[in-house]
Design a protein around this ligand. Structure first.
Ligand code: NAD
Ligand code: TYD
Length: 369
């Protein structure tokens, strides 16, 4: 009998990072694996992100809700799952400030439901888990809270896996809670899981509510570029394919039960990011492209700060480097060019996701800011 193909259950695979991860995995493993993409298709989920893999016979899409026990358990009944990669979440801080409840439901209850159903499928009568099964919970560096900007002559501080959790936004609090539930499963049942806490991602297929795609989209349309507060908040940016690579490596080489921080030491102030985007647009847009006329530094507009706005995030990736051998392949200069180029070449994708509800969201979020 031929070996069974390793079967992945990927939750939230139609979102930004999930769809990039699925692309990464098929590029790397081709027909050696089976991927089941389980997604509710909220505003952030888009099957067009995966149109190129739809025809594969080792790719299956299941529409379902991670908070719904029946939806999740029916996948386990139908398929022999070897790996769960849990991306599905509400992911945008600004939305969490307006409507925290859905974040608690999806991120906390959804993770608990995923853990429960996975445990039902994988735990044996003697309490042990079937050999070789693994669950990876995808989380964020935002659970660690906010770092100070280093003062002149001072060593900068970083988030380590041992840094105490100190979340501030409803989003990060819900992700912190979900991490604790995963840790509780590891400690209580010996559940075979890892947690990864990654810094801010950027790349293709990111919904234009997040900083980088929003600024690219607005600049091309000649719309204001809304900078929160003084624009000097710092984020640590990682190209999304390097995150996908980190998840795969932790799944295969990480020590079970451990948490790994993922980040590439690429700290930038928001205002620097915006200038880089404008410069890259001017570099890549050909002279005859009419969108070039819209792109201008005059669009930069300082607006009211985000409530509870974390000042600085910065990951220390020492553990994943030394224990797993991961390091990023794409530097920011290359990654941002690839990203801007992708948005320039995929205007239809952007127009599609920014029609309908996006207009309403944009009005609500920015009109009185
Ligand atoms: P996203 O918002 O782009 O995608 C989320 C996906 O989850 C969508 O496809 C959506 O339809 C799906 N989803 C939402 N609720 C669901 C539910 N109840 N049941 C099933 N599917 C549901 O998010 P993203 O940016 O791709 O983030 C993915 C994960 O990575 C999240 O857990 C997030 O916390 C984490 N993360 C994100 C970043 C980042 O910079 N974007 C950084 C670190 C960690
Ligand atoms: P975001 O992409 O929402 O990611 P996160 O809040 O999870 O880090 O925001 C990144 C940074 O950009 C954050 O400091 C807030 C800031 N920001 C703006 O200044 N203007 C905007 O319109 C958005 C969406 C974000």
């Amino acid at each position: 009998m031929a070996d069974k193909k390793r079967t992945y259950l990927v939750t939230g695979g139609a979102g930004f990072i999930g769809s990039n991860y699925i692309h990464y995995m098929f590029d790397k493993y081709d027909d050696q694996i089976i991927i089941i993409n389980f997604d509710k298709l909220t505003y952030a989920g888009n099957l067009a992100n995966l149109s190129d893999v739809e025809g594969r016979d080792n790719y299956i899409f299941v529409k379902g809700d991670v908070t719904d026990r029946k939806d999740v358990s029916s996948v386990f009944e139908k398929y022999d799952i070897d790996r769960v990669v849990h991306f599905a979440a509400e992911s945008h801080v600004d939305r969490s400030i307006v409507d925290p409840e859905i974040f608690v439901r999806t991120n906390v209850l959804g993770t608990a439901t995923m853990l429960n159903c996975t445990r039902d499928a994988w735990q044996q009568e003697d309490g042990s888990f079937i050999e070789g099964k693994r669950f990876l919970h995808v989380s964020t560096d935002e659970v660690y809270g906010s770092l100070q900007e280093p003062k002149e002559g001072e060593e900068p501080s970083y988030f380590y896996e041992t840094t105490p959790y100190d979340p501030h936004s409803p989003y990060s609090a819900s992700k912190a809670s979900s991490d604790f539930i995963v840790k509780a499963y590891i400690d209580t049942y010996g559940f075979p899981a890892n947690i990864t806490n990654c810094s801010n991602n950027y790349g293709a297929y990111q919904f234009p509510e997040k900083l980088i795609p929003l600024m690219i989209h607005n600049a091309l349309e000649g719309k204001a570029l809304p900078v929160y507060g003084d624009g000097k908040n710092v984020r640590d940016w990682l190209y999304v394919m390097d995150h996908a690579k980190g998840i795969d490596m932790v799944m295969e080489k990480g020590k079970l039960g451990e948490t790994y921080n993922i980040g590439g030491h690429n700290e930038r102030q928001n205002i620097q990011i915006i200038h880089t985007i404008l410069d890259t647009l001017m570099e890549l847009l050909p002279p005859e492209d009419t969108r070039r006329m819209n792109v201008s530094k005059d669009l930069i507009t300082y607006v009211t700060d985000r409530l509870g706005h974390d000042r600085r995030y910065a990951i220390a990736p020492d553990k994943i480097k030394s224990e797993v051998g991961w390091e990023p392949d794409t530097c920011f200069e290359d990654g941002i060019r690839l990203t801007v180029k992708w948005y320039l070449e995929n205007e239809d994708w952007v127009n599609n996701v920014t029609s309908g509800d996006y207009q309403k969201y944009y009005e609500e979020m920015y009109s009185n800011r």
